[in-house]
Design a protein around this ligand. Structure first.
Ligand code: TYD
Ligand code: MG
Length: 454
């Protein structure tokens, strides 16, 4: 029998060390290393492995190039971020904080896939069948055809899968399942990984889709979803951008399509409903008569969204001015402030600057620069910007405004929402076709200030 080893695994990133340290050397998180005792199992004895199966190498010439089929869930938003549906034989991880709506979403997914003729097994390790039934009564989809199993033993779950032969398996949550093969506690890094790997083998072999719920927690040595990201095929994160009832599902990994797409939902009294118009959501409540507000035509994945950027400035009372930024990189903000001061002669170095991206989105693409610059300049001058204008452009250290990718998508979204003007780089080339908004080209930030404030 292989020897039991003691190792330390990080519950945040899954990284391994051989002695305890306060900080994980891999992801630099503090107090995330926990002691685990592992006894490696011989491959043939791993849970979920098919007995007697042997693998065979084939020449690439003999590999058939068949397009993988996809099963649509029937929730258009979710099918979209998955790249058109789920691929049989794959593992989809849904991460998120407790209470955000993971069980609700996957119950709705289960009901829809059952209605489409799939056999769906919903395994709950956290709640009783009755608790799941109470939730089922709230969501709009009829859940009667979903098979329900309250179980925490991975061996039993896999046994039931072999017997019931579902096409779709939901595990809620992966942290509650444990295998007897390991000595470590349920929810530990080695348990969570071993069980996920076992489920992957079963899913591949049976051509079954498995959805795994992964809680994001910071306590009790419970392994987070990040420790599983490399095992699964698709990673989705559930976020609550506003802290209210809006939910974003964000794809961060997709072996069968583009990552970085988002889907928006609203948690209502009857489950999650898709939000068809993300831009309208991020612009709602905008104060068009206030200075310091500019709208950026941003891209989330391949999808254009219009988002309001707000800036507030104040004379700094301390020696070093404060720069506080939410939803936008604060170093990038510092850079843009320096550019404004040097290239547009707009004094920023004695001002406290606060920047906020409304609606809880994070703007990480450089295309947001121009809107940030416009918002800050508007706040400094205390002049309201044109409420019907959007801004899109990267700003360089020389103050120059640079063109951005996928401009036509951004502009058509702006036009669709009733905007009439777009400020963008002078070097922008528009590919013919009708442009839904008037173009105001600016070569650099100085020119932008002139055009905006005369
Ligand atoms: P849940 O799906 O249990 O979250 P998770 O599995 O991520 O922990 O949802 C939790 C919250 O959602 C809970 O506070 C109740 C609320 N909720 C609604 O507002 N409407 C509904 O229709 C349902 C089913 C839940
Ligand atoms: Mg849950």
């Amino acid at each position: 029998m292989p020897k039991v080893r003691t190792i330390y695994l990080c519950t945040e990133c899954g990284g391994e060390t051989h002695r305890w340290e306060g900080q994980c050397p891999h992801c630099k998180e503090w107090n995330t290393l926990v002691e685990e005792r592992v006894r490696p199992a011989p491959p043939a004895q791993r849970v979920g492995a098919e007995r007697g199966a042997e693998s065979r190498a084939v020449s690439l010439a003999d590999v058939e190039g068949v397009e993988r089929p996809r099963w649509q869930i029937g929730l258009a938003e979710l099918d979209f971020i998955l790249g058109g549906g789920v691929v049989p034989g794959s593992l989809v991880l849904l991460g998120g904080e407790p209470g955000i709506g993971k069980s609700t979403l996957l119950l709705q997914v289960s009901a829809r896939m059952a209605a489409a003729g799939h056999r769906v097994l919903y395994v709950s390790g956290e709640e009783s069948a009755y608790q799941v039934k109470l939730r089922a009564q709230r969501v709009p989809e009829p859940c009667d055809d979903v098979l329900m199993l309250a179980e925490t033993s991975a061996e039993v779950v896999i046994d039931r899968v072999e017997a019931l032969e579902p096409n779709v398996l939901v595990i809620d949550s992966i942290q509650t399942l444990y295998t007897e093969r390991l000595d470590s506690a349920p929810g530990s890094v080695s348990q969570v990984r071993e069980v996920a790997a076992a489920l992957q083998r079963v899913a591949k072999r049976r051509d079954m889709v498995a959805f795994l719920v992964g809680h994001v927690t910071k306590e009790g040595g419970i392994a987070g979803p990040k420790t599983l990201e490399h095992i699964v095929d698709v990673v989705l994160y559930f976020e609550s951008p506003t802290g209210l009832d809006h939910r974003i599902v964000r794809g961060t990994k997709n072996r069968f399509g583009a990552a970085d797409e988002i889907a928006l939902f609203r948690m209502g009294a009857a489950g999650l409903e898709p939000v068809d118009n993300p831009s309208a959501l991020f612009l709602q409540g905008r104060q068009e008569r206030a200075s310091g507000s500019a709208v950026v035509a941003a891209l989330e994945g391949t999808r254009p969204v219009l988002v309001e950027v707000q800036a507030l400035v104040n004379k700094s009372v301390y020696g070093s001015p404060q720069r506080v930024s939410t939803g936008f990189d604060s170093r990038r903000l510092a850079l843009l402030l320096a550019v404004l001061e040097r290239r547009a002669r707009l004094r920023t170095s004695d001002l406290d600057v606060f920047l906020n991206v409304v609606g809880g989105l994070r703007l990480s693409e450089p295309a947001a620069d121009l809107a940030v610059v416009a918002a800050v300049a508007s706040a400094i001058r205390d002049v309201v910007l044109d409420a019907e204008a959007v801004f899109v452009g990267e700003v360089g250290l020389g103050g120059e405004v640079r063109p951005v990718r996928q401009l036509d998508r951004r502009l058509s979204e702006a036009g669709r929402l009733g905007f009439r003007r777009a400020y963008l780089a002078a070097t922008t080339e528009i590919s013919g076709k009708s442009v839904p908004v008037a173009l105001q080209k600016v070569s650099d930030v100085r020119r932008l200030i002139d055009v905006l404030f005369g």
